[in-house]
Design a protein around this ligand. Structure first.
Ligand code: ADP
Ligand code: TRP
Length: 324
């Protein structure tokens, strides 16, 4: 797929601390788009309202994620970065789109079924989550949506909703395509399941050093003896590899296959590599946090840029439907 000059958009929910899975699975890829494509990136706080009902948590996670994305390299000079609730045009479009979204389509949502099976209450916000997500995408005429495998169905639903709308009113909405990178799309957690804030198995990016150390030391390893070869199909090897190039991965593989390797030593190395890798980002964050006025300015810039586009699309939609 040629991504040059395409409009790329993705959002991330402010529902917990950022971890290596978020960075390598999504944020790093978004950064790659900044130079040759038009990147749109937002903090999906309306979406988090479906699962967080605590005022302070939602506000703090939202601010923290906005600052973290910028600290990690989403550059507000090259890209548009904003907080979802700052652009209410999107929720207005969402209502219009709900008239082109069948109940059957929503009922097929695996994310919804999954959440319900985990004990979440069957609220309308959760049920119609895919419609708001469609509005997030369609409000900006986004063409490419880099997401994890778990979000693929949501993009298909977005296309379905946009097609129904376009069939009724002409070519108003742009049909997006998902972009799923199989390579790093599944970063394992410390217990070898998918790294996720809901599984208590994360290695976080901006936590205190002692906590990151504890998380790295908690990565599960097998009971292979000192003089046995070690298994590379393991979370410690896979997480370590995220920070290495091809030759370095082969070197680590050799070390795993040579008797004498101590997991403790590998964990200490990995811990140091993680700190080193993110140290510049941490400095940028500390610096940004000392300038709250700059943060507020960046929020306003993002909001204005995003709102201008969302307004235009919304007006087109309202005109097409007879609402204006
Ligand atoms: P979590 O599973 O921790 O709740 P989110 O669902 O908020 O994470 O994911 C935000 C973004 O990060 C999504 O694009 C998702 O695909 C990506 N992501 C999350 N966890 C991982 C992982 N373990 N490996 C790769 N990408 C991930
Ligand atoms: N549903 C996505 C997630 O949980 C977050 C999200 C909301 C999103 N709106 C979006 C992602 C629009 C891409 C495009 O990870």
């Amino acid at each position: 797929m040629d991504l040059k000059n395409k409009r790329v958009l993705s959002g991330i929910q402010p529902s917990g601390l950022l971890h290596l899975g978020n960075y390598f699975g999504m944020i790093e890829k978004m950064k790659d788009f900044q130079d040759n494509s038009e990147l749109f990136c937002f903090v999906a706080n309306y979406h988090s309202l479906t699962t967080i009902n605590d005022k302070d948590s939602l506000r703090d996670f939202t601010d923290d994620l906005f600052i973290n994305l910028i600290s990690l390299g989403i550059d507000p000079n090259k890209s548009t970065i904003w907080i979802q609730s700052d652009v209410p045009e999107v929720t207005e479009l969402s209502w219009i789109l709900s008239n082109f979204s069948s109940v059957g389509l929503m009922q097929r949502s695996t994310a919804y079924k999954d959440k319900i099976s985990k004990g979440f209450k069957p609220m309308m916000g959760l049920f119609s989550y895919p419609i708001l997500m469609a509005a997030d995408i369609l409000s900006f005429n986004a063409e490419i949506i880099p997401v994890g495998e778990d979000q693929k169905q949501h993009i298909e639903m977005t296309r379905d909703i946009a097609l129904k709308f376009n069939n009724a009113f002409g070519e108003v909405l742009t049909l997006p395509e998902p972009l799923i990178d199989k390579k790093k799309s599944l970063v394992p957690g410390t217990d070898n399941q998918k790294m996720s804030k809901s599984y208590n198995n994360i290695i976080s990016i901006f936590d205190k050093e002692e906590i990151i150390k504890e998380q790295v030391y908690n990565i599960v390893t097998d009971s292979a003896g000192l003089n046995e070869k070690k298994n590379i199909n393991s979370p410690l090897f896979k997480i370590y590899s995220l920070f290495l190039n091809g030759d370095e991965i082969n070197e680590l593989k050799n070390r795993y296959e040579t008797p004498g390797l101590k997991y403790m030593e590998v964990k200490q190395e990995l811990y140091e590599i993680i700190l080193e890798y993110f140290s510049e980002f941490r400095k940028i964050k500390t610096d940004l946090l000392s300038k709250p006025d700059d943060i507020e300015d960046l929020k306003k810039i993002g909001k204005n840029r995003a709102q201008e586009i969302a307004r235009e699309v919304l007006d087109k939609v309202k005109f097409a439907t007879g609402l204006i």
